[in-house]
Every structure is written in C-alpha cells, then in structure tokens.
Design a protein around this ligand. Structure first.
Ligand SMILES: [Cu+2]
Length: 161
C-alpha cells in the first residue's frame, strides 16, 4: 500500500509540474512558430503542399514541418522543402536538382541559394527545419526539389511583411 501511495503522490507532483510548464514556455524568448505542410501523392498530374503561402514577419523564427500522407514508396517519390533566396534562377536550380539524386536532389552548386531546407519524406515520415525568415520583406519561393515536382506545381511562397 505504501508503494501505491507514493506512486500516486509522484503522479500528482508530475501533474503539478506539467501544469506549470506552459507558463515556463511562454517566458522563453521567441519560440519558433511551427508551420505544418502536408504532402501527398500526386492528384492527376498535379502536386502541391497543403499550403501555397506562408506569411511571416521579417526575421520571425519559424519551424517548417513537412508531413507525408503519401503511399508511394520513397524510392519512387519523395518530397522535401527548400526555401530559396530571392533572385535565384528557379529553372536553373530545379534543372540542377533533377540531376542531384546522389545528394537528395539538393544541387551542391546551389547551396548558397538555399535559406533553409528539410530533408525528403516518404510515406509516414516527417521532417522539420528551423530558421529565421529573411529580414527583407518580399516573396521567397519554396519548392520540392525532387525531379519534376516543381514543374508539376509543388511550390509556394514565403511572404515576409
Ligand atoms: Cu515532391
């Protein structure tokens, strides 16, 4: 009986600690805001993220999480998230990416053009990347760099204002 009681009081203490946690979290400086993008198998010829736009304040801390609801095996089709600096030649980037299977469709020559990227996800997987939004207001393209996916519509914009 004694063990049961101490087990209960430990549980109560744990519950009390958990109830205090949100207050502690709120006091933490600038926790990143999580944006979840789901991805699926193509619908017809088209592919997309669940959101075409992400709005952010200049310099805002974000965490982009991509979640795959797809069924197609990863080796055949996977999806990532790549946010590009403004002024990047998207066609050149995606052409180079299509030939960069060995580096998970991230073209080494374009590393400097990438603000942030989350790795490829297959069925049931999720990946996330934390970064600060650019401080300069504007529109920044994000896309999936798997061969052919950008052309099929798998892209969107981070709008900083
Ligand atoms: Cu994709």
């Amino acid at each position: 009986m004694k063990n049961v009681r101490s087990g209960i009081s430990a549980a109560l203490v744990a519950a009390a600690v958990i109830s205090v946690m949100p207050v502690v979290r709120a006091a933490a400086p600038q926790a990143p805001r999580t944006v979840t993008l789901t991805v699926t198998d193509p619908v017809g010829e088209k592919m997309s993220y669940s959101q075409k736009q992400i709005l952010a304040k200049p310099g805002e801390k974000l965490k982009v999480r991509i979640v795959s609801l797809a069924q197609t095996p990863k080796i055949v089709m996977a999806h990532n998230f790549v946010l590009l600096k403004s002024g990047t030649d998207i066609k050149k980037f995606t052409d180079a990416a299509a030939n960069a299977r060995g580096t998970d469709f991230i073209p080494p020559a374009f590393k400097a053009a990438i603000i942030a990227s989350a790795n490829m996800v297959g069925p049931g997987e999720s990946m996330e990347v934390a970064f600060a939004a650019p401080t300069v207001p504007g529109k920044y393209t994000f896309l999936c760099s798997f061969a052919g996916h950008y052309a099929a519509g798998m892209w969107g914009e981070l709008i900083v204002k």
